[in-house]
Design a protein around this ligand. Sequence first.
Ligand SMILES: Nc1ncnc2c1ncn2[C@@H]1O[C@H](COP(=O)(O)OP(=O)(O)OP(=O)(O)O)[C@@H](O)[C@H]1O
Length: 968
Amino acid sequence: MATRTPSGNSKAPARSSSGTGSRSKSTKTAKSAPASPVHDFPLPVRMIRSAWMGIARVVAGAFRKIGRDVHPPYEVRRDGTGLFLVILAMVIASVEWWGLRGVGWYGTFVHSVAGGTFGFMAAFMPPILLVGAVRLFRWPEEHRANNRVGIGLALLTVAGAGIAHVVGGIPALNAPFDELWAAGGVLGALATVPLAGLIKAPGTMVAMIALALLSLMILTATPLKQVPARIREGYDKLMGQAPDEAPAPTRRGVKLDAEEHDQSYLYDELPAPKKPRKKTRLFGKDRDADALDSTEDLAGYTGDVAYDKAVITDDHGLPLAQDPSVDLYDESVEPEYPEPSIRPGVRRPTKAERDMAAIMEQVGLGQEPEADTQAMSAIDLTNFDADDVATTAVPLVPSRPPAAPLPPIPARTEQLQLSGDVTYTLPSSDFLPAGPPSKERSEANDAVVAALTDTLTQFKVDAKVTGFSRGPTVTRYEIELAPGTKVERVTALSKNISYAVASSDVRILSPIPGKSAIGIEIPNADKEIVVLGDVLRSHNARKTDHPMVMGVGKDVEGGFVVANLAKMPHLLVAGATGAGKSSFVNSMITSILMRATPDEVRMVMVDPKRVELTAYEGVPHLITPIITNPKKAAEALQWVVKEMDTRYDDLANFGFKHVDDFNKAVKNGKVVVPEGSKRILKPYPYLLVIVDELADLMMVAPRDVEDSIVRITQLARAAGIHLVLATQRPSVDVVTGLIKANVPSRMAFATSSVTDSRVVLDQPGAEKLLGQGDALFLPMGTSKPMRVQGAWVTESEIHSVVEHVKGQLKAEYRSDVAAEAPKKQIDDDIGDDLELLLQATELVVTTQFGSTSMLQRKLRVGFAKAGRLMDLLESRGVVGPSEGSKARDVLVKPDDLPAVLAAMRGDDSPVDDVVPTAQEAALAENANANHYGTDLVAEDLDGYVQAVDYHDGADDDGSEDAWNLTGR
Ligand SMILES: Nc1ncnc2c1ncn2[C@@H]1O[C@H](COP(=O)(O)OP(=O)(O)OP(=O)(O)O)[C@@H](O)[C@H]1O
């Protein structure tokens, strides 16, 4: 007969139990096998043992099903011992309770042993033994608690026997059986007889009662000081009254040890608000309460939040985890032993909440209710019942309490007074209508969950889809692994998952930041549009009136994302054509128009494509007509540099380092002008410079543009000047290393290649975006980009906002920004070759043939000179890069030749037809009106050391000053 070797058996893999239920029967048997080498016993013993364990498993199974079903790990089960206690309890009960006492050998024997040992306390032994059995069946893994309960029960038995013995007259150990039985038996005699010799019967009784109380305290893990509270609690429960305070935390009906008490929430059967708990610790006060009373929260708001962070928050009511300044989910307080059944997801709103949301909508609170329902969008699939969705709430565990409905908040409380006593009204939020309510789940999501689950099963990966959070464009499905399963097993399935869900745009996040779960982002078959109105009406956009806050869109979890452009402090927006850059820029400008007066934010718009930003022509926030000529744009950037220097000087003059501090001090009347100065101090507006196509500028004057951008981006933050650079060509010649290093915030829409993604984000990812506003947002200081669906604003909405704004105030353009360019010097690298270069340009552009040997022949120059001229032509964007022996591409059309020649000469463009006549008229009108008068800032600065002028000769006329920006 073949006998298995001990080693062979003991080396059976000891898999940890995950309770997934997918385990095979043989595995189960292996797991439940004891560690001892049972096969050493003879067969009959092994058979008996098997039978015993079989019965034990059946009985234990029944006990585990009582009340809440439990599944202790196989390795730690002690069903055999539990069965023994149950049988012992039944045997004693059969004799002491059911009248078999002294009947036959069985009755006599059991009664002699039980009665002789415990006296009449034997009648109380069955329940005591059953308590022990229940603990072993249901919670065998809780060794410490089991030991405590065992000790408590043992002491209780001794105390009971002792009390019985005192009641029975304390018979001696050698007293007849009947006397011992009528008292506390042998145990009672051992416990009391020695004591009675010392402290007599009453003293012994008191000692035994004290011992009984002590055993009860051990059993219930009640420290002495909590006894009164426990008694009151017990009384309240018995009387059916609600306790005054929250009951002490329990774990499966058993009070916790004192030292376990601190972490009791980890075990609560009730929904455990885990993250709010963490926040409570993090912020030192109860944020749950705050969340419930958002009115108070907002009342106390000072607006400074917007100054502190580039991205304010999403609309989960929580600061975004990506913000480095907010360590929201402090992992140090992450539960050590999270209850597997408690999902970190958020529950679905109840029907009542949905009704409330609908009512809120009707009474004009816009999308705020949606913001709250959005926060509940992570869905726990474990309890999901598809039929339930429409009518009743799926019984899920909330990760935080639902926020109370928000009151409507007026965007601005003060009456906006512009310079010249003009009263200004910001556009009403009605100009931006609400979008359709967003979905929390759809059939498409369920289909994907099924597909993912199938894929995991097919490839035998021990993992399951535990929930998902639906965003407007993509849904992030969360996958949790069984212990011992490698993350790579799921990430390696990326192609199979793409195949299963029929989408090539699957993105795997491993792990989801802040969670022990793998995230799989899959595009929604039923995408939703995020309208700008909803974003600007969201809680976080409304809780600050900072004028530079813009609506960005929605994140993957459906939370609204808003950002403060002043904190970016400069932003690069890039993406392939049609990816959604211009829509983003439109949302940005419209956000500013909706929230800021021209006194607070002034803008310079550069739109070389001439079509994207024309809708904003004439808004009073502009300081110059929209610049469409790239050359003028390059000059406008130089003006911005000078403006920055002037602001710096002025701030330094008054002893301020940041324009915000200066503005605050001016508003509070704390700044005094120098004696004799006629200046009336007013806050500086923020200056937002928007370039819709950087590539066009870089083609015309790469060095100048790069210089200006670098200088602005390095210093302008403190002067309140911020750059937004958009490009559809995020290649290294457009977004140079220098520009990249100085523009810290990035918004990447879908790029055409992974190289482009690397240029924008320094990492891949953008090439997998879906276009149409799907973007990766990387605010300054973060390393992981956040996926957002950009906000969308329609042309008619823009039109109505612009009309309102223009109706409030006429644009007052500065004539010196682009129209009066400072005199241009001939670039150093041209040196004495200007004439030759002009001839070469003319030759190459008119013939559209970029050949070095042609230059040699026609200009009668040597090879070296011709090569140098060709290099100069390349650096100025006239010809493309060298392609070996082939002629170079000519990038300038003959029509543009005069402008290119003028740029080389350092003159103004002779063909200045790019500024529309209306704009020129506006310029002329403004120039005639001479709003600015004497340069009072320059007057004040006279005699002070000025900021280093990097553009020699540029301020010869001394006419640029920040003060004039708002007509002061
Ligand atoms: N946030 C958005 N929500 C929904 N659809 C959008 C969004 N952004 C862009 N789209 C869709 O994508 C189209 C192209 O967008 P947009 O014009 O902004 O792209 P672009 O990147 O600026 O392209 P180009 O560089 O050619 O101007 C839009 O007409 C619109 O249909």
